[in-house]
Write a protein that binds this ligand. Structure first.
Ligand code: NAP
Length: 277
């Protein structure tokens, strides 16, 4: 009774208690997030961070054993709303299954982080054999567009959503010996802008992040050999490579309501590496 009188009498009390309950609720509570290629490296760090921020998270990659390991690691950390699915983003059947199983388990989709990429061969862009070029563009660009198509009806049903494409600093300034890969990442920056423009009226936002050099298995050719490692460090003003978790907070922000008026943007997290197109 007394509490009712106070809350009716004092707008400040009402505001204060609402603020406290909002603080208790995590910023991605109730959201369902698919992260492709998320059983290790940057994708796994993003999955963990979105789970920490309250999202129901779907981890996936090509190999079932990796999926099982990643799910176990997250569950061992105490997260309960985790779904693991085998999905090679280049395969239509896998992409469709990823979406269908997610909706069956969690009832919808709010967030897509399109993180998958390959680089089957090193070399300059004009040295790239056609089959290698096709594979790079199939996985790195085409699958990102096709998965975006598949999540669209589900985001529309929720009256909003957020997509993040994981591009690369190489999309701005080609990385030595990663010619075709770098061009595929430039294309992804363009895809992000085009998707954002088309989906803005649906309250679906699309942004891209461009990581610098992050220490993962994928970037082993850039840090596995001492001589190459030193050469690469010399190109990074901060003088070090990033850890995968250093990409995750940015993604969590971009898919949250804190970024509700941000769409079509490309965000660079590259320790100061040059980033002008
Ligand atoms: P990573 O640690 O090697 O992890 C790669 C992940 O992708 C694994 O979970 C792998 O699992 C999965 N994967 C590979 N091909 C796949 C496919 N066709 N379909 C689905 N999953 C696939 O790589 P990372 O360095 O974190 O790279 C992640 C993203 O960041 C990529 O888009 C990459 O271009 C970008 N990036 C990385 C760096 C860097 O320096 N590391 C810099 C800029 C941008 P399976 O083997 O089980 O499939």
């Amino acid at each position: 009774m007394l509490r009712n009188i106070i809350s009716k009498a004092s707008p400040f009390t009402t505001f204060a208690s609402r603020s406290m309950s909002q603080a208790a609720e995590k910023k991605l509570s109730g959201k369902v997030a698919i992260i492709t290629a998320s059983t290790e490296g940057i994708g796994f760090a993003i999955a963990r961070r979105l789970a920490q921020d309250g999202a129901k998270v779907v981890v996936s990659s090509r190999r079932g054993g990796n999926v099982t390991r990643a799910v176990k690691e997250l569950e061992d950390e105490g997260f309960t709303d985790i779904l693991g699915l085998q999905c090679n983003v280049a395969k239509e059947k896998d992409r469709v299954n990823l979406i269908e199983q997610t909706v069956a388990k969690f009832g919808g989709i709010d967030i897509l982080v399109s993180n998958a990429a390959v680089n089957p061969a090193m070399g300059g862009v004009l040295d790239c054999p056609e089959p290698v070029w096709d594979k790079i563009f199939d996985v790195n660009v085409k699958s990102a567009m096709l998965i975006s198509q598949l999540v669209l009806p589900h985001m529309r049903a929720r009256k909003g959503g957020a997509i993040v494409y994981v591009a690369s600093i190489g999309g701005y300034h080609p990385i030595d010996n990663l010619g075709a890969y770098s061009v595929s990442k430039t294309t992804l920056l363009g895809l992000c802008k085009a998707v954002a423009q088309q989906l803005a009226p649906d309250n679906i936002r699309a942004n891209a992040i461009a990581p610098g050099i992050v220490k993962t298995r994928f970037s082993l050719p850039l840090h596995g050999n001492e001589e190459v490692y030193k050469k690469m460090l010399a190109t990074i003003p901060m003088g070090r490579m990033a850890e995968p978790r250093e990409m995750a907070g940015l993604v969590s922000f971009l898919v949250s309501d804190d970024a509700s008026y941000i769409t079509g943007e490309n965000f660079i997290a590259a320790g100061g590496m040059p980033s002008r197109l």
